[in-house]
Design a binder for this molecule. Structure first.
Ligand code: ATP
Ligand code: MG
Length: 770
């Protein structure tokens, strides 16, 4: 038990407290996750059967990393733990016991796209206006209800909700919820929220099942407890009712999912539900330098609504937080990539030591481009992941339908893929026939001639025979996931269709499908060793629960810079961290700011961002940014003003590693001119506001034109031939011609220098009329 030496006193106390409820609410980087890891190892060493330990983490990735550490400490026993995200653990339980609710163990998991597509279909079938009954809105309402454990019947009978729906002009909302639930059930499918909702119903209505799991899980632990919602809380509470051995760790200052129904109240509820609960404080941060810890403390102190706690560190003071100012979002990308490159060289670091964190996924583009130009490898976590690509989802839909023929969304995706000449009307008709007769789409399709004569009947019959042949491979011949998948890819015609498409996109789609097949092969090989289930159904379960923070590298080269949203970065740590896009309306996000509580949630998010950094923290903001196709001026984020300025300085003189000469006639600045403003000898400004207000020189950005500092695009409505203009990227030019084509207006412009003639779409062009 040597590893207990790697813990401080309160951490050790937490690890050794094994009987009775325990709560640790402590600041970032204080070793909460480490305590859970060590505590699990400790329990196993004390003789607790790993099958009786349930460890709930925030991402599958976190679970994987913890499992690895536990295995290092206790050996193979660590493999038998129950650990993973709420969704993955309870999906597994529903595979075993969902039958009590009428689901088979092969139920499909609908992702958000499937759910919204089903909602759109129902809205259409009921003849409702899809501009009022937007799939997004309906989906969020249903999700909100489920997370508060309000089922469709209760929803329909609830007068408060009814009044709210009327106010929102959605009187049919309750009926849609009910129909949606019914259709999912008929499709033997659960959406993400159902995985928690149905677990609650299972435990509520089937006491014997609950009893089984209460006896099974003698020790339950939850990481990131502050981000559980009520539905998750109730599951944990019920499961631990018998043993009372519940240990939760979290940090109210890092609660960032209130918008999805997570509630800090769960911390208070827990104290009420377990009056004799022990609490342990952890106050020492082991992750970050003093400057970072203290800057983070200075921010979070602005939140009124928080539990009091101290965070200190004995780590070195470290360098000041660096502020990087860019004139535009593209320049922000270039400056950060350059800064990163220089730091990497100067400190002999690896790419994995760096993370670029942003508020929204869309911000990644500028950084991707600049990193690529400097040949720095990166990985994007979140965003459009591999499994969300169209061709990958298409093939997965085939697999889903072969495993579960009731899966209506999978059916709709593949019935006309590759093209069989079956249109939307026919597809909708099949769905309606199934729903009206209370049977599955498969029962309609496999007996199509009973329901429809028409000219499509033969084609559909052919499709049904194809699916039947795949089913035989799975059910009768018991082929493994790879054999079935490779056969389906070929026999369905999907692979051929992609292979025949010789465009660049077509080629990359073909490669993605091959990559999917490779990953299935890998899955089968891994599971062969572990003697686990290698069926197609088991593969599907694994992929449908990958969270956005779990994407892996396509080519196994792991030395990459991480690009991700701050939400996705929770719990992680990096040597150098860039928090980018520090602008009003972006961070804090305009979309989220309705009230003081929202601002506090954004501030907690900022606290999460800052506390990811170990050694160095950089923050950047741009003075203008493209939004919805327009260049908009931006203001620095109020959060920058909130950091105690003694911890901040402007980044100095970021040079480009290799600079190409600018084309003739273009503005070019010398290295001396691009120096950041001089703040005197101390280099410590007295207030952040004054620091930001100082005009920083605009750095050279390769061969791209640098617009004048007051560049504000003009309204191009009045642009006429002969006008002289300035373009944000292309510099000065003269309008040669205006083309009007429907609502599109285009201008042919002769730019100076090497740029030459360009045709620009005026609704997007950033032009200043001179
Ligand atoms: P977060 O709130 O961000 O999730 P956390 O409280 O879970 O943070 P950990 O990730 O467990 O913190 O720990 C932060 C870092 O400090 C990790 O690198 C961990 O290994 C290290 N650490 C924690 N406790 C100790 C200790 N007693 N001695 C040395 N290092 C420690
Ligand atoms: Mg943690």
């Amino acid at each position: 038990m040597d590893y207990l030496k790697g813990l401080n006193e309160p951490q050790r106390e937490a690890v050794q407290h094994i009987d009775g409820p325990l709560m640790i609410i402590a600041g970032a980087g204080s070793g909460k996750t480490r305590v859970l890891t060590y505590r699990t190892a400790y329990l196993i060493e004390k003789g607790v059967d790993p099958f009786q330990i349930l460890l709930l983490t925030f991402t599958n990735k976190a679970a994987g990393e913890m499992r690895q550490r536990i295995e290092n400490a206790v050996g193979n026993d660590g493999k038998n733990l129950w650990m993973g995200t709420f969704h993955s653990v309870f999906a597994k339980i529903l595979r075993f016991d969902g039958k009590h609710l009428g689901y088979t163990s092969d139920f499909s998991i609908y992702d958000t796209d499937d759910s919204k597509s089903l909602i759109r279909a129902i809205v259409k079938e009921r003849g409702l206006d899809d501009k009022v009954y937007k799939a997004n809105v309906i989906y969020n309402r249903i999700s909100g209800a489920k997370n508060r454990l309000i089922g469709p019947d209760e929803y329909l009978n609830n007068s408060v909700i009814a009044a709210d729906d009327t106010a929102a002009k959605l009187p049919e909302m309750g009926k849609l919820y009910k129909l949606y639930t019914l259709r999912c059930f008929q499709a033997n499918a659960m959406d993400f929220d159902d995985l928690l909702y149905n677990t609650n119903i299972l435990f509520r209505d089937h006491p014997a099942v609950l009893d089984k799991y209460q006896r099974k899980f003698k020790y339950i632990m939850v990481d990131e407890f502050q981000d559980t919602n009520i539905s998750q809380y109730l599951i944990v509470k019920k499961l631990s009712e018998l043993s009372k051995n519940l240990c939760v760790v979290g940090d109210d200052a890092q609660s960032i999912y209130a918008f999805r129904g997570a509630s800090i109240d769960n911390i208070l509820n827990l104290e009420k539900d377990y009056p004799n609960m022990a609490t342990i404080k952890l106050e020492q941060n082991y992750r970050s330098t003093k400057n970072i810890v203290e800057a983070a403390n200075s921010i979070i102190a602005k939140n009124k609504n928080q539990l009091k706690k101290k965070v200190f560190t004995e780590n070195e003071v470290g360098s000041l937080i660096e502020l990087i100012k860019a004139s535009s979002d593209n320049e922000e990308g270039r400056l950060i990539a350059t800064h990163l490159f220089e730091s990497k060289m100067a400190h002999g670091l690896r790419n994995t030591d760096f993370a670029i964190l942003y508020r929204t996924n869309a911000q990644s583009r500028a950084f991707e481009e600049s990193l690529r130009k400097l040949n720095i490898k990166y990985r994007i976590i979140g965003g459009l992941s591999f499994y969300q690509r169209r061709e990958v989802k298409d093939l997965l839909a085939y697999f889903r339908f072969v495993v579960n023929q009731k899966d209506e969304e999978a059916f709709k995706r593949i019935i006309n893929l590759p093209k069989r000449g079956i249109g939307d009307t026919t597809i909708a008709k099949i769905a309606v026939t199934a729903s009206e007769n209370q049977i599955s789409v498969w029962e309609v399709v496999s007996n199509i001639k009973q329901f429809q004569a028409g000219r499509f009947a033969d084609t559909i019959e052919g499709f049904a025979d194809l699916i039947k042949s795949f089913k035989i491979m799975v059910e009768v011949n018991k082929k493994d996931a790879y054999e079935v998948a490779a056969h389906i890819a070929k026999a369905s015609g999907l692979l051929r269709e992609l292979h025949e498409d010789k465009t660049v996109e077509g080629l990359s789609r073909y490669e993605n499908v091959q990559e999917l097949l490779n990953s299935i092969k890998q899955f089968v090989d891994d599971n062969e060793v572990e003697e686990e289930d290698k069926s197609l159904s088991s593969f599907l379960q694994t992929v449908s629960l990958l969270t956005t923070a779990d994407s892996d590298d396509p080519d196994g080269d792991n030395d990459r810079v991480t690009l991700m949203t701050i939400h996705g970065a929770k719990g992680l740590e990096f040597n150098h961290v860039y928090v980018v896009g520090m602008e009003e309306d972006l961070f804090p996000s305009q979309m989220m700011l309705q009230s003081r509580a929202d601002l506090e949630e954004e501030r907690r998010l900022f606290y999460v961002a800052i506390t990811r950094a170990e050694k160095k923290l950089m923050m950047s903001y741009a003075e203008s940014r493209y939004q919805y196709g327009r260049l908009k001026p931006c203001e620095p984020s109020r959060f920058l003003d909130e950091i105690d300025p003694q911890y901040l300085q402007f980044a100095k003189n970021i040079r480009r590693p290799e600079e190409k000469p600018a084309p003739q006639g273009f503005v070019r600045m010398t290295n001396r001119e691009q120096k950041a403003p001089d703040f005197g000898t101390s280099n410590k400004p007295t207030s952040t506001a004054s620091l930001i207000a100082k005009p920083a020189a605009r750095p050279v950005v390769g061969n791209t034109y640098i617009p004048s500092q007051d560049f504000v695009p003009s309204d191009t409505k009045n642009l006429v031939e002969g006008d002289r203009v300035e373009h944000l990227k292309f510099g000065f030019g003269k309008v040669k011609k205006i083309d009007i084509n429907g609502t599109d207006r285009k201008a042919v412009i002769q730019f100076e220098g090497t740029i030459g003639e360009k045709t620009l779409l005026l609704s997007f062009a950033k032009l200043r009329i001179l």
